[in-house]
Design a protein around this ligand. Structure first.
Ligand code: F6P
Length: 358
């Protein structure tokens, strides 16, 4: 009988997931192993288990496709991390059902492709005796212990493209354009996307801002003859002594959002300039992965299979100095990776005249 491993994609989707799945299957096939893909994240482990055999054919021609062929969810029985820091435990009976499915299917190791929340769940599975290997995923790039997650580069490319488009219309109309981008607790997408797309003001969760300082930046640009101003706001950005802006979803839940609208309103009020808002939303999560994310995803997938071959369970693949290494999953989920206000990237942005509204 051939050796068998499992794989699942969990949490919010992002470009590059299919590249990882393809990498996993090809590396496993080379070792003459079988791969079982579970549907809809960890939920697929619960009876009646939802899975399919993944082989060379099923994963051919998927690398450039956004989303995940396995489906995913950020809800359900395995959610252990809500917001920043608050954690619960997967109930023992749920763990038991997952374990039974994996042993019935003869799975020797489970690859969990997920972000902070899903890897926290993966760690709990590992601690309960289920052999797990992690692959870091999130467009937010907010995972510790890896220099980059796949999906981030694609999201940044989407923001830069949107800014290129907004720039022409903003200039024609001599307007201020505010673009709200994803990034719950960390402003990596706003920072990198803002720099790449020629943003003039970047507002991050890590650097509380002041509406008057944002207005000052707009006035300065006006005075120097610039026809338009582009303001990039991370959804989790907040004013000095303020708090995150949340929006009710209607189902009793709240999501981040709305800060872009507030910034636009305040800029108009402080400067008298015509201002418009664009919320980029899930466009940042959809579509084809960039070449960088295809390569990183493939390398992560192959390395995850190697970790199983080495018996390095409880570890996660990690990108460091152009190399794929591994780190304990625990090192990746103990806190979120934030933008440091005095980092070289922030200094570079300031050096080219970008204001952080502080
Ligand atoms: O974690 C990625 C992320 O894109 C966040 O930036 C965003 O707040 C969240 O997911 C939205 O998730 P969803 O709409 O799927 O609940």
């Amino acid at each position: 009988m051939k050796r068998r491993i499992g794989v699942l994609t969990s949490g919010g989707d992002c470009p590059g997931l299919n590249a990882v799945l393809r990498g996993v299957v090809r590396a496993a096939t080379n070792l003459d192993w079988e791969v079982i893909g579970f549907h809809d994240g960890f939920e697929g482990l619960l009876p009646p288990a939802q899975w399919e055999a993944l082989d060379f054919r099923r994963t051919a021609g998927i690398m450039h496709l956004g989303g995940t062929i396995l489906g995913t969810t950020n809800k359900g029985h395995f959610i252990v991390k809500v917001g920043e820091g608050s954690r619960t435990h997967v109930p023992p009976e749920v763990l038991e059902k997952a374990r039974a499915t994996l042993s019935e299917l003869r799975i020797e190791g489970l690859i969990v492709i997920g972000g902070d929340g899903s890897l926290t769940t993966a760690l709990q599975l590992q601690e309960s005796g289920i052999p797990v290997v992690g692959v870091p995923k999130t467009i937010d790039n907010d995972l510790e212990a890896t220099a980059m997650t796949f999906g981030f580069d694609s999201a940044v490319a989407c923001v830069a493209d949107a800014l290129d488009r907004l720039h022409t219309t903003a200039t024609s109309h001599k307007r201020v354009m505010v673009i709200e981008v994803m990034g719950r607790h960390a402003g990596w997408i706003a920072l990198y996307g803002g720099l790449a797309g020629g943003g003039d003001v970047i507002l991050l969760p890590e650097i509380p801002f002041d509406h008057e300082k944002v207005a000052e930046a707009v006035r300065r640009r006006d005075a120097s003859g610039c026809l338009s101003t582009l303001i990039v706001v991370a959804e989790g950005a907040c004013e000095k002594e303020g708090h995150e802006h949340v929006r009710a979803t209607g189902s009793g839940e709240y999501t981040l959002g709305g800060v872009g609208e507030i910034v636009a309103r305040e800029v108009a009020r402080h400067t008298g300039k015509e201002t418009r808002t664009c919320v980029l939303g899930h466009l940042q999560r959809g579509g084809a992965p960039t070449t960088l994310d295809r390569i990183l995803g493939t390398r992560f997938g192959v390395a995850a299979v190697e970790l199983i071959a080495e018996g390095k369970f409880g570890h996660m693949v990690s990108y460091q100095n152009y190399q794929i290494l591994s780190v304990p999953i625990a090192d990746a989920v103990h806190r979120i990776k934030l933008v440091s206000a005095d980092s070289q990237m922030v200094q570079t942005c300031r050096a080219v005249g970008i204001s952080f509204g502080d």
